[in-house]
Design a protein around this ligand. Sequence first.
Ligand code: DQA
Length: 151
Amino acid sequence: MTSAYVLNGPNLNLLGMREPEIYGKSTLADVERSCWEVADELGWALEFRQTNREGELVEWIQEAGEAQSAGEAVGVVLNAAAYTHTSVALQDAIVGSGASVIELHISNVYRREPFRHVSYVSPVAAGVIVGLGVACYPLALRALATLSGHG
Ligand code: DQA
């Protein structure tokens, strides 16, 4: 069965409690459920994960790239959270692994502080979905389906 990876970076485990005026009241478990609805519809398995560690995100992107090369995965929906704005390692992992990545941000980072306007992921992402709240996640999975022709 084809898999899609949905990878979440630091502090997204706090979704629902953390700055709800910015990120909303849905929890990460709610987000995972909404992703499974799309995955079930598309006949995909889902690797839905969260970590607070940069190196773990790097390893998961490498894993996704390998799975994609083997024809076992369609790519990655990546909310790298704060690492988006700092991580050369994530950019290198995306390029090095060949994983197709849809970058995602729940909030509209371009309406926020200038440091959030910089993304190390965007230049190597297939596409970017930003600022539509947690509705970004199912949209990003559908974007992966369109991109990969696995829809
Ligand atoms: C975020 C935006 C980032 O700037 C921030 O550091 C996050 C979440 C978002 O989903 O809106 O942790 O990626």
